[in-house]
Design a protein around this ligand. Structure first.
Ligand code: MEV
Length: 319
């Protein structure tokens, strides 16, 4: 963005939501369709010029224990990704202070890095920038975190709502009339998305027919998931979630803690549960048919130390 003095500037505020993958994670990396939904939890950034115009940009997000000076030599992935985003959008690299707040847990498979890079792209490009530009800029930062992501996280962070997405194509928004209540439980088990994606790639090399059949089976759940969502069929959706979780486990991207918490959620009244995102830790999502099941599932998950919360997913996309 140019100014009178031609010094790049930032908009004062920007935000972006986190996400869950309803079905099709990992399969989406290999060209199959997937469904993603925005969650209410998000990242909010505000920017103001620093007193010293020639100092590196400061980025503070206390909720994520982030306190960085965006110095090109800083190896911190958030610093590197932020600088990529600023470079890709012709934003400033000096003389600003960016402060963030977030109710989205970081590194939990809930799209925190895409939310951050989309919010940062919006700080530079502004609220009326074309969504494709926002996604492209976000992806240059996402590459720092995840290597070669499918792009689904940036798409849903930039567009909101519920999306059907195939890698490299324009996503389609689902018109969901009745919001769907889901319970989300972060495990706080650290893992890397790139490692999880590499694990699936190894399975494809070791057992090509079996691994590809499993990825195709995950993709085959996309249409039934759409139908269940449009009908608000919480029982059908729960069954699909549980089946998707087992298929993902067959690809070895689950974790004993995820399996345990999915089982617990189902025992306490969820109609089904699955890991969401790259797996190996991260978070699970569970379908709850009513408010009393929601309370019971939340209570049971929290009593094991998982900071579970409930969220509504809704369409059409708010932007
Ligand atoms: C996305 O949140 C998780 C994966 O599908 C990776 C990707 O799509 O880039 C595993």
């Amino acid at each position: 963005m140019g100014t009178v003095s031609d010094r790049p500037t930032l908009h004062p505020v920007a935000e972006a939501n986190g996400k869950i993958i309803l079905v099709g994670e990992h399969a989406v990396v290999h060209g199959y369709p997937a469904l993603a939904a925005a969650v209410e939890q998000r990242v909010r950034l505000s920017a103001e010029p620093s007193a010293a115009r020639s100092t590196p940009i400061e980025l503070r997000i206390p909720d994520w224990d982030v306190d960085l000076s965006l110095d090109p030599g800083d190896p911190h992935p958030i610093a590197r990704a932020s600088l990529e985003v600023l470079a890709a959008s012709d934003g400033p690299v000096l003389g600003w202070s960016i402060r963030g707040t977030s109710d989205l847990p970081p590194r939990a498979g809930l799209g925190s890095s895409a939310a951050l890079t989309v919010a940062m792209a919006r700080l530079v490009l502004g609220p009326h920038a074309p969504v494709r530009s926002i996604v492209d800029v976000s992806l240059s930062g996402e590459a720092v975190f995840h290597g070669s992501p499918s792009g689904i996280d940036s798409q849903i962070a930039a567009r909101g709502g519920v999306l059907r997405y195939i890698r490299g194509e324009e996503p389609t928004a689902l018109r969901i009339v009745t919001p769907l209540r889901l319970v989300v439980a972060p495990t706080h088990i650290a893992r890397s998305t790139a490692d999880q994606v590499a694990k699936v790639q190894r399975k494809r090399e070791q057992f090509p027919r079996c691994a590809d059949a499993t990825l195709r089976a995950l993709a085959d759940l996309v249409d039934p998931t759409e139908t269940a969502l449009l009908r608000h069929d919480t029982f059908g959706l729960g069954e699909i979630f549980t089946m998707a979780h087992h298929l993902l486990s067959a690809l070895d991207v689950s974790h004993p803690r995820l399996d345990e918490l999915c089982q617990l959620a189902c025992n306490e009244g969820a109609t089904g549960a699955k890991l969401t995102g790259a797996g190996g830790g991260g978070s699970l999502i569970a379908v709850v048919p009513d408010a009393s099941a929601e309370d019971q599932v939340l209570h049971a998950l929290r009593s094991t130390g998982a900071p579970a919360f409930a969220t509504d997913i809704r369409g059409p996309a708010p932007t």
